[in-house]
Design a protein. Structure first.
Length: 130
């Protein structure tokens, strides 16, 4: 992908990115993916009329719980899953924290590269270093 601009961002750090070919990508840190969601402006505009897409994008229940528990986000921060959904992390407050958006995107990309070739259900071991 050759990004042109960030078109939208939600409170969990998901980004909609338009590329130089006019495609729209969704970068989803909590599920560790970045994929095309629309191949044109018209298709992209139609997504915002799709109630399922909008509900998934807004994550309203989890965002409200995060605000109540963690407070309003500082500028350029996002709520995030401590253990990403791609690693069976739960979409519940015990697994939600906040982080700088840049760090969240970096971590998601790094993790995505590490696990992209693993089959579903593969066991992973995370090692944290200083």
């Amino acid at each position: 992908m050759e990004p042109l601009e960030i078109v939208a961002r939600n409170e969990f750090g998901n980004l909609i990115i338009r590329d130089h070919d006019g495609r729209y990508w969704r970068l989803c840190p909590e599920d560790v993916y970045c994929e095309v969601v629309a191949d044109s402006k018209e298709h992209f505009d139609s997504l915002w009329r799709d109630l399922d897409f909008v509900a998934d994008w807004e994550m309203a229940v989890l965002v409200e719980a995060a605000r109540e528990s963690l407070g309003v986000l500082p500028e350029d921060w996002s709520y995030c899953l401590v253990i990403p959904g791609a690693l069976s992390g739960a979409y519940e407050m015990s697994n939600v924290k906040s982080a700088p958006l840049v760090e969240l995107i970096k971590f998601s990309g790094y993790l995505g590269k590490q696990i992209r070739d693993l089959p579903d259900g593969a066991q992973v071991q995370l090692k944290f270093t200083d």
